[in-house]
Design a protein. Structure first.
Lengths: 345, 337
């Protein structure tokens, strides 16, 4: 499709404002920032508690955003990974089961190793067999959910080392819990990888025009494997963090996470067809959603109303996408042209 | 991706002729095209021989009761899949809304009012999804995801999230338990919906446009079709089917609750894919989806009868989806050579 992030460097980049304009034109987070500002100002006026109790808000943002960060790596390449929800459940179950028999460190390693295997299977079907990633990972979503149930005997698995789990939920550095620290560490790692490392920058090329990327000598298949390993690994990390904090692994976990992390990535301006988007955008999306959720919860709004709000925000984000607006403007102007033509006759 | 889908779609459109020409040489392509018929026949025969209690009248009735609601939803969703828009996730909210409205409103007012309210709700769902996907060209997965959120949220808010029960001697309960010969009424509805939708998809102008849109969106638009209307139509068909599926589901147990259709989105898609409808759009038919529904229902029925745990059933269905799409992809690759 038409690539709208045409790099205009050198054509209109004169002076500070020109450069700024060019820099802004290449960003995709515009709508995310706008939404963030709207929600933030709304929250500041009505529920300042969201900012005073910032540990809670940050915890919620980390909960929503962790999986979304990994997912973004795949979305940048124009692929989807639905299986993250089940990867999260499977890795939690594996981590607690192994940790109960040995210790937590080996449990975490086992969970991450499992996620790499899962990601390799996903990427094999997408890159080598050539399946649509949406459908291939849909199959994995089912299969892995089944695997989590089989491994856990359809029961939540309790973590026996509860002391560690309880300690894990406590603030580690200042007021920040390990979950929040892990979230920001993952954010920085993926952001640096995607924007500063060659392999990561090539993700955008693979997403923008796969054939051109291939012709330019980018190892497209290897990049797809890397992307799926990132999204699977981060999902496994989220599963481990969840299970440690709750001192139990829920084999049915993950379905709400899937929806929330998609919402965060979309609101952050990531382009589902690939080639455009950023990790920062996903962070902004997760922050907007997290603030909204905490504010609604503090205000005592019922859960269904919160769902309506999140759905509404997501729908709004999709409909105000520049390409959506252009499409609908095209339809309207065609219709008016048609009316004008028929009137002229 | 859009460009890929376009080329994929053209490749899909070409595939049938190629497969016919090279039928003898390409076994995989043949399996991809006709395999579902063979596999369903083998599955039925094997189940009848090896699984105790499969062929009993009680089990067959039970099978129909389970297959009918999800089957009706899948039949309608075939339209959205054929237009190349992946799926309609919001059928979960739509079917649940129809079920809850049917029982709650008919308790409070009467059956006719309930039908009218459910119909209006279904139209609203179809229009919102259809306009967002057809005119705003938004991604169908995300749009229907958000309408699922909104729909289920509204439903829980209005119904209080609790289960609603119909009177046990009311018309809904009677419909849910009655049979026509060995077939429960729900199975009859399933067959009627199949016949109607098959006619719509293969004989009407609208059905032709839906298939044409799935094969090549651009050329359909350039041929002077208002493509937005086609997409809205496909989503409306899905909404109507989801509504009927919700009715049947609610009538079966004579109760309804907001989460009763959980999992219908992906289960319906699984049946559609297994039936051989391509997720790239353009290729597929309503009877194929019926066959897919029959296959998946019999498979899970056999797994339940063999006392295999729910976890293993999920693994089986997941592997089945991957297998079906792999065969589809390989078949297309063979067809292209």
């Amino acid at each position: 499709m038409t690539n709208q992030t045409v790099i205009k460097v050198g054509t209109g980049a004169t002076g500070f404002w020109g450069k700024l304009k060019v820099a802004l034109a290449r960003r995709t987070e515009g709508r995310g920032v706008a939404l963030f500002i709207v929600i933030a100002s709304f929250v500041t006026v009505s529920q300042p508690l969201v900012f005073t109790a910032y540990q809670v808000t940050l915890g919620r943002i980390a909960l929503i955003g962790l999986v979304a960060l990994g997912l973004t790596a795949v979305i940048l390449m124009g692929e989807l990974d639905l299986s993250v929800a089940s990867t999260l459940a499977v890795s939690g179950v594996i981590m607690t089961t192994v940790a109960n028999q040995t210790n937590i460190a080996i449990g975490i390693l086992a969970a991450l190793a499992a996620s790499v295997v899962i990601s390799l299977v996903n990427a094999y079907f997408v890159a080598i067999v050539g399946l649509n990633s949406f459908i291939a990972t849909l199959g994995m979503l089912f299969a892995l959910r089944g695997l989590a149930l089989v491994l856990s005997d359809e029961q939540p698995v309790k973590l026996e080392n509860t002391d560690f789990g309880i300690a894990f939920g406590q603030p580690l550095v200042g007021p920040l819990t390990p979950r929040i620290l892990i979230f920001f560490a993952v954010f920085i790692a993926i952001q640096v990888f995607v924007s500063r490392v060659k392999a990561g920058r090539e993700f955008l090329a693979v997403g923008g025009n796969r054939q051109a990327a291939y012709d330019a000598g980018i190892p497209v298949k290897r990049r797809i494997f890397t992307g799926f390993i990132i999204s699977g690994g981060v999902a496994a990390l989220a599963g481990v963090v969840n299970s440690l904090e709750r001192t139990a692994a829920d084999p049915t976990a993950g379905s709400t996470v899937l929806l929330a992390s998609f919402a965060a990535a979309i609101i952050g301006g990531n382009y589902l067809k690939g080639g455009k988007g950023s990790i920062v955008g996903t962070l902004i999306g997760a922050a907007s959603l997290g603030m909204l959720q905490v504010a609604l919860t503090i205000s005592g709004v019922q859960v269904p109303v919160q769902e309506i709000f999140i759905g509404g925000v997501l729908l709004l984000a999709v409909l105000t996408d520049p390409s959506s607006l252009r499409a609908v403007w095209g339809s309207i102007s065609t219709t008016f042209q048609g009316i004008k033509n028929s009137l002229a006759k | 991706m859009a460009k890929e889908t376009l080329t994929e779609a053209i490749a899909v459109a070409k595939a049938p002729e190629d497969t016919v020409a090279k039928k003898s040489s390409s076994f995989v392509a043949w399996i991809a095209d006709k395999g579902i018929f063979v596999f369903t026949a083998i599955l039925i025969l094997a189940s009848m021989t090896f699984v105790d209690g499969f062929a009993s009248l009680q089990n067959v009735t039970d099978l129909f009761h389970r297959a009918a609601p999800i089957g009706i939803v899948a039949l309608g969703m075939t339209f959205v899949v054929i237009t190349g828009n992946y799926l309609d996730l919001s059928v979960v909210a739509q079917a649940a809304a129809a079920g809850v409205i049917l029982i709650a409103v008919s308790n409070a007012y009467n059956l006719i009012t309930a039908f009218i309210v459910a119909f209006i709700v279904a139209i609203i769902f179809g229009l919102v999804n259809g306009i967002a996907v057809g005119y705003f060209k938004a991604n169908a997965v995300i749009v229907t995801l958000s309408t699922t959120y909104i729909g289920l949220g509204l439903l829980r808010l209005l119904s209080g999230g609790s289960q609603v029960f119909g009177p046990f001697d009311g018309p809904i309960a009677t419909f849910g338990t009655s049979k026509l010969g060995p077939f429960p009424y729900s199975a009859v509805v399933l067959v009627v919906v199949t016949l109607i939708l098959t006619f719509v998809l293969s004989k009407t102008n609208f059905g032709f446009m839906v298939r044409s849109f799935g094969v090549n969106e651009r050329s359909t638009r350039l041929a002077g079709t208002n493509t937005g209307v086609i997409v809205i139509g496909a989503f409306l068909v899905t909404s109507m089917a989801a509504m009927i599926g919700g009715f049947v589901l609610a009538a079966f147990s004579n109760t309804a609750v907001s989460n009763m259709a959980t999992g219908y989105d992906f289960q319906a898609l699984a049946a559609i894919i297994v039936g051989g409808t391509s997720v790239f759009g353009g290729k597929g038919s309503v009877p194929r989806t019926l066959l897919g529904v029959v296959f998946v229902s019999i498979l899970s029925n056999v797994l339940v009868l063999s006392q295999i745990s729910y976890g293993w059933q999920q693994i089986a269905i997941g592997s089945l989806i991957v297998f079906a799409v792999t065969v589809d992809a390989l078949g297309r690759r063979v067809g292209k050579k």
